[in-house]
Design a protein around this ligand. Structure first.
Ligand code: FAD
Length: 328
């Protein structure tokens, strides 16, 4: 299984051979990048392709597990993602399933996996044990997150735990050779005590602590992502990939709930269209594919390093968006 930092570095090196990301600064990355780049002809479509990744969440039921593992993941793996990530629950039984799904992705589908990990209700010793489990599975990649308190309200670290994701990043960095991703918020984080610029400065702290790449929260107005990228890369000098997170809408009610929870805005024209779609989920799926395709087209024209799809554990829409883009 590969380090995700190497996947981004190799793809960016193929795009711009003279200034591959990280190639000048870190000899390990430079060596790995060269291996990856040598392994593939930079002129092939595979190397020109943006890094494509899919996100899954552990289902709550056995039936959900079967559908994800036996239908949706096999269907999505046909689209040849560069890696797949698995979220980590706020508590309860789904937490154990994250690593089970990571294991299946790697062993059964030969896919590079990214295990999400949060600070919620974990001491440092527990995190150390989880890192051992992740390593034992051969997984080299962790998305380091603070997480949210299970019942809502303000986040409070447990004694001996972490208050912010940056501390978790540093701990993972000191614990071994993992490629580490973090979350970024193009509209600012919903609970940030300052404005979005304050939140973006906190993102830089995560990168300074050792994060190799950033995956963004979902957004529907590309202008938000471009403003985020301009500030974080341009003003703050962050050099790691800032990967946009895309969700193909599956239902008007579901996306309204998600955006309320995570604080992403629905632009007025999109809100009006969702209102027209109402409870017609088939029409919402078709519209969601079209909207995500247009969003991705513009992002790709603007040179994004990759596209991270919130699949919502459903293959059809994500695969169709990639087909529309000529990427599957
Ligand atoms: P942090 O970076 O720690 O930020 C949390 C808040 O603290 C922000 O408001 C930030 O501005 C502020 N802050 C940071 N540092 C400081 C500081 N030094 N001083 C003051 N304020 C500070 N949640 C899950 O439970 N499981 C998942 O698997 C999961 N996957 C996700 C994947 C992606 C791609 C994204 C975008 C989000 C994901 N989340 C997940 C949600 C995430 O855990 C929440 O949004 C959480 O509230 C913030 O996590 P963070 O890692 O960005 O935290």
């Amino acid at each position: 299984m590969r380090f995700i930092r190497d996947i981004y570095a190799a793809r960016m090196a193929a795009k711009q051979p003279a200034c591959g990301a990280g190639a000048d600064s870190d000899p390990d990355i430079a060596a790995a990048t060269k291996l990856e780049a040598d392994a593939m002809d930079p002129n092939t479509p595979a190397q020109r392709r943006p890094v494509i990744s899919f996100e899954f969440f552990p289902p709550k039921t056995d039936e959900g597990d079967r559908t994800l593992l036996e239908k949706q993941i096999p269907a999505l793996s046909q689209a040849k993602p560069d890696f797949c990530s698995v979220t980590y629950g706020a508590g309860g039984s789904t937490r154990d399933k994250t690593l089970m799904i990571v294991d299946r992705l790697q062993r059964q589908h030969n896919l590079t996996a990214l295990a999400h990990l949060t600070c919620v209700n974990h001491t440092r010793d527990e995190v150390r044990a989880l890192l051992e489990n992740i390593r034992a599975l051969g997984c080299k990649n962790i998305l380091a997150l603070r997480g949210d308190p299970p019942g809502g309200g303000e986040f409070r670290p447990v004694p001996g735990g972490f208050e912010f994701a940056a501390q978790l990043v540093q701990f993972i960095r000191e614990s071994g050779n993992f490629s580490i991703g973090v979350a970024g918020f193009p509209e600012g984080h919903i609970a940030c005590k300052g404005d979005k610029y304050a939140d973006w400065r906190h993102l830089r702290e995560k990168v300074d602590a050792g994060a190799d790449f950033v995956i963004s929260q979902l957004f529907f107005d590309n202008a938000d992502y471009f403003a985020f990228r301009d500030f974080v890369a341009g003003q703050l000098g962050v050099r790691v990939p800032l990967v946009p997170g895309i969700v193909p809408i599956l239902s008007a009610a579901q996306i309204t709930k998600f955006t309320q929870l995570c604080g992403a805005k629905i632009p007025p024209p999109l809100r009006a269209r969702l209102g027209e779609l109402g409870g017609d989920d088939a029409a919402a799926v078709a519209f969601g594919i079209e909207y995500a395709t247009r969003q991705c087209e513009e992002l790709l024209r603007a040179g994004v390093p990759g596209l991270h799809f919130y699949t919502l554990n459903k293959a059809r829409s994500t695969v169709q968006v990639l087909k529309n883009l000529g990427l599957a």
